[in-house]
Ligand binder design. Structure first.
Ligand code: 9PG
Length: 484
């Protein structure tokens, strides 16, 4: 079949025309293409997974070490010899435009080689196929996803102070109360406590560093006009947690009955089987508990764990199981709680969460070369990794608040150059989500003023190309940052 002057050999259950392209249906669809070993638009599975153009001239390299794979990208395909991505993908045509294929439901895989672009799904689904400019086809795809999965995050995203990228887990009640006080005069809307307050992964009670309980911080933030925010990783637990010790049968296992590893940090951790009714009511009580403490902004992290391959109590696909658990969490939280999903399968989160992290962690340094180059892992913390993946996920903006992670204003404990800091600040503006972790006491007068101006600014944002924008009157081009 001829599309835009090129010959494509399409095999699918059904094919019909739609605005901007075609709707295909079937469990698997295949498009023979004439572009050979061109560039592939890879869309990794969850927030931290790689999104960007990769070359079909080089074979995919498995991420090392193996223990890290479950938390980097979809582990079901960690050893795939074929380039692939989750939900959507594309190929660069001879004229620079894009052959695009995207599923309209979660749970699909896209694979590409020199002859074919393929869509593979474990259930019947519809697919959008198009050939056109990158921005146009992605915009149209987002419109179609809005119809099938829904949209949240229509209001502007809140301006967030988050404790992670300065104090990391070294937080305490006194330090946080001091930080809240120091934020007076800066136009933040959310004060969000990150990892470090809980007793253990799985035991979501305050540890000894928060002696008066979690309500104290929430009340103080609120009295200063800030929405209290809290980090939780509701779908995982460490083997040392009481949750795991008391309920080893709540955790996801493989066909052989062995526990499924969800990742390697903190000495390893496991995933809940979120289709078990007992786990579902535990999840709902957990969310009601933190709501009861006063938190109205929840950063829910390591969410991919609920969708890992394994044998579940209910006979549902893993992304359906995840989505249902997220729906139960939304129900328990109520509509007035802002949910930021992190480490989250992208398509399966749409319509249920307000914000979505669209890249790996930033860091106060540019590159994480050891991991990126030698361990083939583009998901490690670094400003470059975060910028690259986030830029390739901005098409999600009409569907959800897209969080590219924090920007830096401080020079203290920071190896980023002024231009690199400015790139992250601009990235936050084009993504429409402003957050920082800079403690006010780490900023000098000029840095604090820059932060205040950035928080207050509401420039018009116009995307003029895949990596070019007009921010207010200013032309911003991220392309040079992508060449490393
Ligand atoms: C808290 C952090 C922050 C951060 C999240 C997430 O692979 N890992 O070991 C790994 C650790 C931490 C991490 C991502 C991956 O970061 O993205 O914003 O909340 O957890 O622990």
């Amino acid at each position: 079949m001829q599309i835009q002057g090129y010959e494509f050999n399409i095999s699918a259950g059904r094919l019909e025309e739609t605005l901007g392209g075609y709707l295909l249906s079937g469990k698997t669809v295949q498009i023979g293409h004439p572009f050979g070993r061109t560039l592939f638009f890879k869309h990794g599975w969850q927030s931290w997974s790689e999104a960007g153009w990769v070359s079909l001239k080089e074979s995919p390299q498995p991420i090392q070490p193996p223990e890290r794979r479950p938390q980097c990208d979809d582990p079901a395909y960690a050893l795939s010899p074929v380039h692939g991505g989750s939900g959507l993908g594309g190929l660069e045509g001879h004229d620079g435009r894009m052959l695009f294929l995207g599923a309209l439901r979660p749970g699909a895989r896209i694979e590409a080689d020199r002859l074919y672009l393929k869509g593979i799904c474990d259930h019947e689904t519809q697919w959008f196929l198009a050939y056109g400019e990158q921005q146009e086809v992605l915009t149209r795809y987002a419109e179609l996803l809005a119809n099938t999965l829904g949209v949240r995050g229509q209001q502007p995203a809140p301006r967030v102070w988050c404790s992670w990228y300065s104090y990391y887990s070294d937080i305490s009640e006194s330090k946080m109360l001091e930080t809240i006080a120091g934020l007076q005069g800066l136009p933040f809307e959310v004060f969000q406590l990150d990892d470090g307050w809980q007793q253990n992964m799985g035991d979501w009670e305050p540890n000894h560093k928060f002696p008066s309980g979690m309500s104290t911080i929430a009340l103080r933030a609120q009295s200063q006009g800030l929405t209290p925010g809290l980090w939780l990783a509701p779908f995982i637990a460490r083997p040392s947690s009481s949750l795991f010790k008391e309920h080893p049968d709540w955790f996801l296992r493989d066909e052989q009955g062995e526990l499924v590893s969800a990742g390697s940090n903190w000495g390893g951790y496991y995933a809940l089987d979120v289709t078990l009714p007992a786990v579902q009511s535990w999840l709902q009580s957990l969310i009601q508990k933190v709501r009861g403490w006063g938190y109205r902004y929840l950063k829910l992290d390591f969410l991919f764990a609920a969708a890992l391959p394994g044998k579940r109590h209910a006979n549902e696909s893993r992304e359906e199981a995840y989505r249902e658990a997220l729906r139960l969490i939304r129900e328990a939280a109520g509509d007035d709680v802002y949910i930021l999903a992190c480490g989250a399968p992208i398509l399966a989160s749409l319509g249920l969460v307000d914000g979505l992290r669209i890249g790996p962690d930033v860091a106060p340094y540019w590159d994480n070369e050891d991991r990126r180059v030698y361990l083939h892992d583009p998901t490690g913390p670094s400003a470059y990794n975060a910028l690259r993946t986030s830029l390739h996920r901005l098409w999600l903006k009409p569907l959800v608040h897209t969080d590219p992670d924090v920007a830096y204003f401080r020079t203290r404990y920071n190896l980023l150059t002024p231009a690199q800091r400015a790139a992250l600040q601009d990235l936050a503006l084009v993504a429409g989500f402003k957050a920082t972790s800079d403690p006010p006491e780490w900023l000098d007068g000029e840095e604090r003023e820059q932060l205040r101006e950035w928080l207050e600014a509401t420039p018009s944002i116009l995307q003029t190309g895949p990596y070019t924008f007009k921010i207010g009157g200013r032309e911003v081009d991220f392309s040079s940052w992508l060449e490393i």
